[in-house]
Design a binder for this molecule. Sequence first.
Ligand code: HEC
Length: 181
Amino acid sequence: MKRLATLAAASALALGLAACKQADGPAADATASAAGDLTLPVSINAAMVGMIDHSADYLFALGNGDMPRNDNDWHMVSNSAYEIMLGGAVIQIPGTGEFDRQWVQEPEWIRLSEELTEIGADAVELAQAKSTDQEAWRAVGDRLIQNCNECHQAYKPEIPSEGILRGSTERQSRGISIFGY
Ligand code: HEC
């Protein structure tokens, strides 16, 4: 009798689980769409300036012969390479910008964002090897700038949607090292 009761309880549990499973369908979808609703706390315009543009500068520097001189410099380069990798994923998430939602739905936008991540991955490899092969860095820089330009030509409005522009490049244009020397 006791055994039966246990069995009954077990099958009630199984039934309950099955019911749960069924209810799981739409619930799981809701979770998935909650993840799909993830938004950036800033605009893609701000992510461009605050993350992608800033990190790209540290990678361009090496292609221009501005080599890191110590471990701290290498950390900057390696962090920047990771930021470019991550940046490609970040800009697939819409933020507070007026056109963000439109952009992230474009297959071409996604392709270019993923390409940005791939270029970042190659930069991570070079950074971790502490490569001072200027040609290799220049090749990464060339692919990077081509990626930026391709996307900007296709999507970037003439005036940034949030009015956020990149900062002064005076330091670099005067040939002063990005690493603070
Ligand atoms: C997938 C598309 C895409 C890629 C890749 C991309 N950008 Fe952008 N970027 C944009 C768009 C769109 C804007 C304009 C955002 C706005 O105004 O809301 C922008 C804006 C900017 C801005 C701010 C506006 C300005 O002119 O100062 C900078 C700086 C910038 N991008 C740098 C870069 C750099 C550097 C790279 C490459 C390492 C890059 N972007 C790669 C789409 C892209």
